[in-house]
Design a protein around this ligand. Sequence first.
Ligand code: FAD
Length: 456
Amino acid sequence: MNMNRRDALRLGAISVAAAATTLTGCAYGEAKPSKKENKTNSSVGMGTPAPLPPATGKRVVVVGGGWSGLSVAKYTKKFAPNADVVLVEQRTEFISCPISNLYLVGEVDLEFLTHDYLQAARENKYTYFNATAIGIDKANKIIKTSNGDIKYDYLVLAPGIDYDYSAWNVDTVTEQRLRSEYPAAFIPGSEHMTLKAKLEDFEGGNFILTVPGGNYRCLPAPYERACLIADYFKKNEIEGKVILLDENPDITIKKEGFQSSFDEMYKDYIEYHPNSKIMSIDLDKKVVVAGEFDEEYSFEDAAFYPHVRGGKLLEVCGVAKDNVFNKKVGNIDPFTYEVIGEKDIFVSGDARPMGYSKSGNTSNSEGHYIGKLIAQRVNGKKDIPWKSPLTVCYSAVSARPIHAISVRAEYEFEGKKLKGFTNVDLSQQWRGKTGLNNGKALNEWAKGMFRDMFNA
Ligand SMILES: Cc1cc2nc3c(=O)[nH]c(=O)nc-3n(C[C@H](O)[C@H](O)[C@H](O)COP(=O)(O)OP(=O)(O)OC[C@H]3O[C@@H](n4cnc5c(N)ncnc54)[C@H](O)[C@@H]3O)c2cc1C
């Protein structure tokens, strides 16, 4: 549609008027800056109250409507119906990362992954507020958003992850090219759509995938993705090969299941290279140098998955610095998820510093617990005892029909130090009936999780 200057000016005038009406219609007095105002990002933000009705009870603001935030919002409200719960999310709809590897190869459609924030909020009786959190005034307990300031009694930060390309020593031009031309597809939405289109257009040759070091989002997902892309090449008779460059010395999880899948099903379609940290990337020549012996790998196409870090919002809110929680900026109580020294601020989901698996089931189960804990506080009751998050993760190793492997585990502490997994249940058998049953369970698991987050 072409717009002339007069139309543009008219539209501008309407927008300003609409914004003014919205702003004057909101609850003033809620977020007035005071002399006590904390220095942390206090100058950032609209400086005007968000267009929300006055709080009807203790206000619990949850920032980030992912697997963790959705669960915290729902269960806080469930256990403290008198609380006024607001979910601040920058997206207009939810798209799932789990199951997205099956979407990439055409096994499920985008609709299966996409869900409605308004439905979640309606059914679970909280408010969905579409905005980006951009600052905080801790002294006055105000979270600043792109659509106005919100006063909170309890604040939960659940922003998920951001990518960290610094370990690859790339300049900002290359980093930006990596983000837009070769996205990792570990943050949902456009990145996944781009990767799916790449696969559809792929005519053969090397397709590079990388596995980062550190505690990256969803340990098994890069291996699952390698299997499913190889399966797609095989079934569509594409002369392509997945080159899987793993920074780690070995497959990081479900090793037996993935290794046997590589060896038995995808011998001609997957080349697995452990100890292959990326040393340099030349996007014009399409060559990667990796590993301690500077091996060169040429590629026709790729999806580069860099290291991950907790969402930048944690720094914006002054609860971590350079993604590190420490005594100076606040530490996290591993059992209550509260930022020590920052009363009533919690961090949950993949953004947390604890070494739990960065996975959806873990984040969701943790959200149940945090919601209940905050509800107790809203109700003036004693904290509930710590409950371990639950990691459940199915990984498809082939499609049509889906054969999968799985892991289920909880966590245990020694004092305040995370000791590791407990109650582990691994199913690495993808062959035959067991593999098929795991495949069916994967589908049922996803439906159950979506029901939990979006239905009452
Ligand atoms: C390919 C792939 C496969 C996976 N498979 C599985 C699996 O099979 N099983 C499993 O359990 N897990 C799986 N995971 C992992 C799972 O997706 C994540 O662990 C989970 O999404 C973490 O939840 P979260 O709430 O911490 O973060 P997210 O789900 O990323 O949610 C964070 C939300 O915060 C919002 N946000 C961020 N900053 C702001 C801000 N400033 N203001 C407002 N909103 C903000 C974001 O828009 C986002 O919606 C997979 C991940 C990928 C990428």
